[in-house]
Design a protein around this ligand. Structure first.
Ligand SMILES: [Zn+2]
Length: 252
């Protein structure tokens, strides 16, 4: 997962916000896509798939092939039954790939059992305890640990597991991992088999990119580690920070 905490401090953000405030376009939140993409290094902040135009992921679908694209949507869903007053609240927008957004999250917004009631407006959202991680405002390093492991069928994957001892943060991390299938990817069955295969292949691809790097670090082979960083542009990933901080398990 990619730390987006610098988003609102980015110089381009105020320009995007100015355009947004002067627009009457119904879907004016789309104007934030470029700045979110820039801060996310052109990856989905949730699953870290590439969102560069020339590297877009494709997968099989009922229409033949579906291309995974960058979407901006609402962290708290804008549905009438959920958060209709936050439709045009700019801090409620989140970049996600189209699979994380439409095939996984959709209108889900589970809350911790200690939340008294769903917020109505911005004023009372601080009292909520969402169970979906927000990469702009949450401390990702406090929530997750990486794990290099085999799936049940023997595929090598790089997944997330919950890290915190705090009951709420642990549940938040676990629920997020489950919703987006970022852990136990073969056990979390998705109703669309093609979506699930694509997600498993993505986690396998992350494994292939990062495993050489953690091995080089273990062997104190700096030359190899630097070569791996350059070869796969590993610094552009959220995973990189976790590995530098030794926040991972190697179960291979
Ligand atoms: Zn994604």
């Amino acid at each position: 997962m990619i730390d987006m905490s610098q988003l609102y401090n980015h110089l381009d953000y105020s320009a995007a916000l100015g355009n947004f405030n002067h627009s009457i376009h119904e879907r004016r939140w789309l104007g934030f896509r470029d700045i979110h993409l820039k801060v996310a290094k052109y990856k989905c902040p949730i699953c870290e798939c590439s969102l560069k135009q020339n590297e877009l992921l494709t997968r099989s679908s009922k229409d033949g092939v579906t291309q995974i694209k960058a979407t901006i949507d609402h962290y708290r869903p804008k549905d009438d039954s959920l958060y209709p007053r936050l439709v045009y609240e700019h801090t409620n927008y989140l970049l996600m790939c189209s699979d994380c957004n439409n095939a996984y999250k959709g209108n889900l917004f589970p809350l911790h059992s200690s939340t008294p009631q769903r917020a109505v407006s911005l004023i009372d959202i601080d009292a909520e305890k969402p169970l979906i991680v927000n990469p702009i405002t949450d401390n990702l390093l406090a929530l997750f640990t990486l794990v290099f492991r085999y799936t049940r069928s023997g595929k090598k994957v790089l997944e997330l597991i919950a890290r915190s001892d705090d009951a709420y943060l642990k549940e938040k991390a676990e629920e997020t991992i489950k919703v987006f299938s970022l852990g136990d990817c073969e056990i979390n069955v998705h109703q669309n088999r093609n979506v699930q295969i694509c997600r498993i292949n993505l986690l396998n691809d992350h494994f292939k990119k990062f495993y050489g790097f953690i091995e080089a670090r273990k062997n104190k082979d700096n030359g190899k580690a630097i070569a791996e960083i350059r070869k796969y542009r590993l610094r552009d990933y959220g995973f990189y920070e976790f590995i530098i901080k030794e926040q991972y398990q190697n179960l291979i």
